[in-house]
Ligand binder design. Structure first.
Ligand SMILES: Nc1ncnc2c1ncn2[C@@H]1O[C@H](COP(=O)(O)OP(=O)(O)OP(=O)(O)O)[C@@H](O)[C@H]1O
Ligand SMILES: [Mg+2]
Ligand SMILES: [Zn+2]
Ligand SMILES: [Zn+2]
Length: 756
């Protein structure tokens, strides 16, 4: 390795990146940059955060309970998916709407308060936004700038304040000390608040400058600022237009102006504009304030340490106050007040004035701040807070956004899958393990719908919905088998309404139940289960049973059971049955019994005959080339399996055909119909039917498999042996069972279903 050449190459790269990133600038270079894209540089924190949302774009999510817009920043692709928020699109939309209002109003004039049950992802949502800000601030469109004061060393000149002067060899009036390197800089005083560089231009002049750059409309404000005044184009915020240098910077600026006889340009030579990157770790533009921290912003007097001792005399006598604290660190970005309402009121009362005027009053001076403040709180503290007399004054200054638990189990499952992917469990994760956890978690959260809110015929249908029915409706739009086609249609159509029913209730659905945090712990414990080599559904079910026994630890277990809702022990059994159904299906399929494909063929043939029957037409028999009447026997045979008993045969057939027609209309591009999806209930009935037929055969095959897995193959015929090996291969390839969890699954199924 040619060390010198290597280091030179690295050096060139670093330097190029440095220059391209425009990390250090003189003030006039900064103004050049500003001039090129004023709307980008004149953003306040709210505009910046809103741009972060926009930058990563949106995606449409179709769900059984409505179409949602997902802000892709919450996918955290920039972090390889770490920190991803599953679901919670409604909350994303809520935060975005508030940001839009801030932008429209030209000020962050409210505190965002995310409230919900413990562990509903409130902090995770803020963390995702903050992580996105970190990423965005590293991109050129997200570049942020602050400034430092720099003072050159004596060598550079002998002007009136110890340096400078016209003979400094730096040429021209706009010469600056900003780009001096190492030794040449005697002292460098950063601005802790990260004042916007534009604040160096006096306010009246700054307004004229902004007007020239961005147009007069950008600075105009109609009062009252109404929702309708969404004039397109950039609005200059109050902070940028009227904000002022912090106490320390103002003193330095004045001292320099004094020393230079009011020469503005000479003062600016001491300004070093520096790009900064948002960072939670180093608390730059981002901060999280824990409830036990009581002082969010303070200051300290700067002592005359070595570097300050080297300040020019004009500055040496200044009592510089350096502000500090999370509020200061988070300026120009976003701050989370974790569990805000846990604190005594006097510790956050100042937030009121802050969100009103963008200022925090400290003992000796006022701090101008520009940051999006997001507080989080659980429901209990919020309820207590609302009872306080002071709440009245807070009310108008707070944007409440509710963050409930997830109610769609496939989303809940995403959380657990991500957990296992990231942390790993050191063992194979059996199929349906995380599903088991997710099903139970969501079941504990569901509330009985208030059927009086619906008119018939929906009312009765809704009244009969069990927690499991509700869970399946929310997740996949699956409706109970017992419903007729028309009832099923009615219910499916109303899924979104039912999902949103409790939005306005204080005791909304998703306010209580098991939290993802608790279940994550249960999964971690299940992974240690001594009885299973893999992380299996059975191990998880054991943990769920253990939770149910801990009534004093988990408050939600103390809820009263209402019509099967909140019956958490029963939910373990319900979950178990759901898992067994799936395992059963998979094992049957692996044994080559009636498969999914065969159901489809049987059903397709049925639809063909029914469609002709409905239109009273004949069918072409491909073999004979003759036209024949639809076969009644073929149709009634399948109807005996898939049709609810009390249904009228003719109605059933017509309903079926019109459902297919409607589906075709809604999905004109879909070339082949997925009958299994379109008629899940019928398909389930078919499956159940064939299950009965094959029960015997099933039991014998299973016994063979267990013998093989136990190494006890004596007495098995060659044909039986090859059947077993084929079955295990399919279980592995198609469904993801290793030999160990395949055995556990078979035993599970035997014990729970076929042991009699
Ligand atoms: N929708 C979700 N997406 C991803 N993770 C989630 C989600 N909901 C909950 N979690 C997980 O649950 C745990 C708790 O989340 P978080 O700390 O954000 O909750 P919180 O609402 O701030 O809780 P607290 O009220 O206790 O402060 C975290 O491990 C988080 O990963
Ligand atoms: Mg939290
Ligand atoms: Zn400052
Ligand atoms: Zn396994």
């Amino acid at each position: 390795l040619d060390v010198r050449r290597y280091l030179q190459a690295v050096g060139t790269e670093v330097k190029t990146a440095f220059v391209q990133d425009r990390t250090i600038l003189t003030f006039d270079q900064y103004l050049d940059l500003f001039d090129r894209d004023p709307a980008r540089q004149a953003r306040n924190a709210a505009q910046y955060v809103k741009d972060v949302f926009d930058h990563y774009g949106v995606s449409e999510v179709e769900t059984a309970v409505g179409k949602l817009r997902r802000f892709r920043l919450f996918d955290c692709e920039f972090a390889g998916g770490v920190g991803r928020i599953a679901g919670q699109e409604e909350i994303q939309a809520g935060i975005y709407r508030v940001l839009q209002n801030f932008v429209r109003n030209g000020a962050v004039d409210r505190l965002i308060l995310l409230h919900g049950p413990n562990g509903s992802a409130k902090s995770s949502i803020v963390a995702a936004i903050q992580a996105a800000m970190e990423d965005y601030s590293r991109k050129s469109e997200g570049a942020l700038y602050r400034f430092n004061w720099v003072f050159p060393s004596e060598k550079l000149g002998k002007g009136s304040i110890g340096f400078g002067g016209e003979q400094d060899g730096m040429g021209g009036e706009l010469a600056s000390f900003a780009l001096l390197e190492g030794e040449a800089i005697e002292a460098r005083l950063p601005c802790e608040v990260k004042d916007h560089p534009l604040f160096l231009i006096p306010r009246a002049e700054r307004r004229r400058f902004l007007e020239k750059q961005l147009g007069a409309a950008a600075l105009r404000r109609e009062e009252p600022r109404s929702e309708s005044s969404t004039a397109e184009g950039f609005t200059v915020s109050d902070y940028i237009a009227d904000g002022e240098l912090c106490h320390k910077c103002r003193l330095i600026q004045q001292a320099l102006l004094g020393a230079y006889q009011g020469d503005f340009l000479k003062m600016l030579r001491h300004v070093q504009v520096e790009r900064f990157y948002a960072s939670t770790r180093y608390q730059v533009g981002l901060a999280v304030v824990e409830p036990q921290v009581s002082v969010d912003a303070g200051y300290r007097q700067v002592t005359a340490d070595r570097s300050h001792g080297n300040l020019p005399p004009a500055l040496q006598n200044l009592a510089l106050l350096e502000p500090s604290g999370p509020l200061v660190a988070g300026n120009r970005g976003m701050v989370e007040y974790s569990d805000l309402l846990k604190r005594p009121l006097e510790h956050f009362k100042y937030l009121l004035g802050m969100s009103e005027r963008g200022q925090v009053s400290l003992e000796h001076f006022t701090l101008f701040v520009d940051e999006v403040l997001v507080a989080t709180s659980n429901e209990k503290h919020l309820v207590a807070f609302k009872e306080m007399p002071d709440f009245a004054s807070f009310k108008g200054r707070i944007e409440l956004i509710r963050v409930p638990y997830l109610r769609r189990h496939s989303l809940e499952e995403e959380i657990y899958d991500a957990q296992l992917r990231r942390a790993g469990v050191g063992k194979h994760v059996a199929p349906h393990a995380t599903l088991t956890a997710a099903l139970w978690a969501v079941l504990t959260r569901l509330k009985k719908p208030i059927s009086e809110r619906y008119s018939s015929p929906l009312r009765d249908i809704v009244d009969d919905l069990t927690p499991l029915d509700k869970l399946r409706l929310y997740d996949q739009g699956i409706v109970p088998d017992r419903l007729s086609l028309s009832q099923a249609k009615e219910l499916r159509k109303s899924a979104e309404t039912i999902y949103k029913e409790s939005d306005s209730y204080p005791n909304y659905e998703g306010r209580s139940g098991a939290s993802a945090r608790e279940i994550k712990t249960a999964i971690a414990n299940a992974a240690q289960h001594p009885a299973y080599a893999c992380l299996t559904p059975q191990a998880i079910l054991d943990e769920l049973r253990a939770i149910c026994r801990d009534k004093s630890v988990y408050e939600f277990l103390q809820q009263e059971v209402v019509d099967g809702y909140h019956d958490h022990e029963e939910f373990v059994r319900v979950t178990e049955k759901q898992i067994l159904d799936r395992v059963d299906d998979e094992i049957r399929d692996s044994m080559g019994l009636v498969s999914e494909q065969q159901y489809r063929a049987i059903f397709e043939r049925y639809v063909l005959h029914v469609s002709h029957w409905v239109k009273n037409e004949k069918i072409l028999n491909r073999l004979t080339g003759d036209y024949e009447a639809p076969q009644e026997s073929l149709m009634t045979e399948l109807e005996g399996i898939v049709m609810p008993e009390d249904e009228d045969r003719g109605d059933f057939r017509r309903g079926l055909i019109s459902a297919i027609g409607a589906h075709r209309l809604d999905n004109p591009d879909q070339t082949s119909l997925e009958y299994a999806r379109l008629f899940p209930d019928q398909f389930r009935r078919m499956r159940d039917h064939y299950f009965q037929e094959h029960k015997k055969q099933l039991r014998r095959s299973k016994e063979n498999v267990l013998k093989v897995l136990a190494g006890d193959e004596k007495g098995l015929a060659a044909k039986e042996l090859s059947q077993v090996s084929e079955m295990l291969t399919i279980m592995h390839d198609r469904y993801g069972y290793c030999r160990s969890c395949a055995k556990d699954a078979i035993l599970f199924l035997m014990r729970k279903r076929y042991e009699d």
